[in-house]
Design a protein around this ligand. Structure first.
Ligand code: NI
Length: 211
């Protein structure tokens, strides 16, 4: 589709501003890189200005892509953009233990620091590894700092499913997939099979220096 086609669809003039608006109106769902694509293995670069129009447009497209794919998180490298940015949400059904849902949130330049040494195994999927899931060890509680979509500071301590999601998404910014965090490949399989046979997950066995 060419520039003239886009302009015709949007019934607008060909001024650059309108052209880009037409692009975003027509092409909001981005292609997601799948495991094996090198884009998923490259550490991403910091975002200078989260409020920049091009970055805001990217966030909007990522939100639409996530909605279309039906996931809970998406990192920019997954859509072939090497920037330190992810979006995530925690639906009420996944929050667990009375925790609140988290509406769709964009996080820029995140720094994640474990709070305590406790880790748990939990099931994870990834839009870049469709059809599969695995039990992955993650810290139970982490501190998240970064910037929000308006450039404001994020400082929060999170636990449970939310902590798992942001650890997973932040890993994408360092070129790390959940498969690289797995400790037991017996708990890796197709969604249909692993969901059909509900079996207890292994507990974390701590190294002696952690005790
Ligand atoms: Ni992922």
């Amino acid at each position: 589709m060419g520039r003239a086609d886009l302009a015709a669809i949007a019934q607008i003039s060909l001024s650059p501003n309108h052209f880009w608006r037409a692009i975003y109106a027509c092409m909001a769902i981005l292609k997601i890189a799948r495991m094996g694509h090198p884009a998923l293995l490259v550490p991403a670069k910091a975002v200078d200005d989260p409020a920049a129009p091009a970055v805001q447009a990217l966030v909007a497209d990522m939100a639409e892509t996530l909605e279309d794919a039906g996931g809970v998180g998406l990192a920019a490298p997954q859509v072939h953009v090497g920037l330190r940015l992810f979006i995530y949400k925690v639906p009420a059904s996944r929050a667990g233990d009375g925790a609140d849902e988290v509406k769709l949130t964009a996080v820029f330049n995140p720094v994640i620091t474990p709070v305590g040494a406790d880790m748990s195994m939990g099931w994870e999927g990834c839009l870049s590894i469709p059809g599969l899931r695995a039990a992955v060890p993650r810290f139970d509680r982490v501190h998240l700092s970064g910037l929000d979509a308006a450039g404001g500071k994020i400082e929060k301590e999170v636990s449970g499913f939310e902590a798992r999601v942001i650890q997973h998404e932040a890993d994408h910014l360092d070129g790390v997939l959940y498969t690289m965090r797995m400790s037991d490949f017996r708990y890796f399989g197709f969604n249909e099979e692993t969901m059909r046979f509900e079996f207890p997950l292994p507990t974390i066995v701590r190294a002696s220096h952690d005790q």
